[in-house]
Design a binder for this molecule. Structure first.
Ligand SMILES: Cc1cc2nc3c(=O)[nH]c(=O)nc-3n(C[C@H](O)[C@H](O)[C@H](O)COP(=O)(O)O)c2cc1C
Length: 161
């Protein structure tokens, strides 16, 4: 996988998992929105998590989170992790993936790349600063997104070849 190509479709089409917590108590969910860049002279990953997600509680409580990317044959699993909540299924044991420690956080052995992130900043997206058509489309029925910016403290390659 190369970050030098397809940067705009990386999250949108490939998807990723955002995971927070400890190996004994974590949650994970699929994300399709996110970004990679630079802030305060540090490499950062930005993710957007609705306040209604179970994962949000773990993002709030923990200083670290991971963003991990998967090969195409895991897309079905990402689909499940993106439609079922950890409140309704045991994502720790029944995700179909193998949890592994990643620095101060957790990823899965099947990931082809994991970004370990230290939370630097969090802010709720303010609806009155967003164009009306977008508010109508994305927030008329659903909870707002919180933006989490994490410093990428390590980039882990694939665990399982
Ligand atoms: C392809 C895809 C992309 C998604 N992207 C996001 C996202 O960027 N932010 C978000 O809050 N939810 C997103 N979701 C929805 C969550 O993954 C979904 O609500 C999940 O069940 C939440 O799990 P949790 O309650 O265990 O945290 C996406 C779902 C899919 C299938």
């Amino acid at each position: 996988m190369e970050f030098t190509t397809e940067v705009f479709s990386l999250f949108d089409r490939k998807w990723a998992l955002v995971t927070a917590g400890s190996i004994d108590d974590f949650n994970t969910m699929t994300i399709g929105w996110g970004g990679l860049g630079t802030l305060w002279s540090r490499p950062v990953a930005t993710v957007y998590v609705r306040t209604s997600r179970y994962t949000h509680e773990f993002m709030d409580r923990n200083e670290y989170f991971t963003v991990s990317f998967y090969p195409e044959d895991k897309k079905k699993i990402l689909g499940v992790l993106g439609t079922k909540s950890g409140r309704d299924m045991d994502k720790m044991h029944d995700s179909g993936l193998t949890p592994v420690k990643a620095g101060e956080s957790v990823t899965f052995a099947e990931a082809e790349l994991t970004l370990v992130c230290r939370k630097l900043y969090m802010q709720r997206l303010e609806l009155d600063r967003i164009p009306a058509d977008i508010v109508e489309r994305f927030y008329s029925k659903d909870a707002p997104h919180d933006m989490f910016v994490g410093e990428v403290v390590s980039v882990l390659p694939r665990f399982v070849q």
